[in-house]
Write a protein that binds this ligand. Sequence first.
Ligand code: UDP
Ligand code: MG
Length: 310
Amino acid sequence: MKTTYSIIAPIYNEIDNLPELHRRVKEVMDSSGESWELILVDDGSTDGSTEKIRELAEADKTVRPVIFARNFGHQPAITAGWDYARGDAVIIIDADLQDPPEVMLELAKKWKEGYEVVYAVRAEREGESWFKKFTAAAFYRLIYSITDVKIPVDTGDFRLMDRKVVNVLKQMKERHRFPRGMSAWVGFRQIGVEYKRAARVAGVTKYPFSKMIKLALNAITSFSYFPLQVATFFGFVSAGVAILAIPVVIYMRIMGSGAFTGQATTLIAVLFLGGVQLISLGILGEYIGRLYDEAKGRPLYIVRDAPEEQ
Ligand code: UDP
Ligand code: MG
C-alpha cells in the first residue's frame, strides 16, 4: 500500500512519552484521511523504551520500530528514519511532544501547496530554562552568521520534507551531520511555519551542554571553513604587528629608551603566539579528525532489529 506520510521520532529513554506520542500522532494523522506510518527509532534506550516500542508496534501496524544496537545519537537516529521511511512526505518530530503533533497538519498543508521543505520555526518556547533558551538562541545566530548555507534561525529538526528531498539526503553519507543544515543546503522550495514549542511532557532533556557543544561543532565544521580562516587571520595580524614593531623598537633603542627590555615582554609575546599556534593546531586537528572519521567509512548507525522492507 502507498504511504503518504512517514513520521520519524528518535527515541532515547522516552518511556513515559511514548504512549502519549503514539496517541496524539495517531489522532492527528487519522484526521488527515491519508495513509501514514510512524517510525520509532530507538537510539539505544536503557529505560524500557525498547520494549514499549515493540508493544506499540505489535498493537498497531502503522508503527514501525527500528532498534539500534547502542546509542548513536539524535542525528544518526534521524538518518535511520530517512532510510526506512516509505512515505511521499517525511516528517521528523521529537518524541517528548515539544513539537506538537497537531502542527504536522499545517506542515502538510504547505507541502500540498507545492513546498518541498516545510520547517517549523519556534516562535515561543515553554518550560525551558533561560540558559537553554539563551544558548539555543546564540547557537542559531552563530551558525547563521558563519556558515555558508543560510540555515533558518530558531528552527530545529521538526520539519516536513518531500520524497525528492529525502532521496537526496539519503545520498549524503557524511558522518558528522547536521540534518537541519543538510536540508537547507539541498535547496528546493522551502518555507517556515511558526509554532509554539511546548514543554517536555515527561522526562528530562537528552541534550546536556556538552552535547550541544558537539552539535554546534558539527554544524560549524560541516558547513564552513570559518575557524580555519580565523587562524589565517590571526597569523596575518600577529605577523603585521611584528613587522610594524621592528622599526619602532629599533628607533626607541637608538633614542635610548628602556621600554620593551626584559623577560616579561618576551614572555608575553611568546605565550601569546604559542597560544594562537596551539589553538590553530587544535582547529586543524578538528578538521583532520573529521576527515579521518569520513575515511574510515563506518556505518552511521547499527540496527539490531528493524522492519523487513526498507
Ligand atoms: N535523542 C536521541 N538520541 C540522543 C539524544 C536525544 O534519539 O542521544 C532524541 C530524544 O529522545 C528526543 C529528541 O532526540 O526525541 C530531542 O531530544 P531532547 O528533547 O532531549 O532535546 P531538547 O528538546 O532538550 O533540545
Ligand atoms: Mg525536547
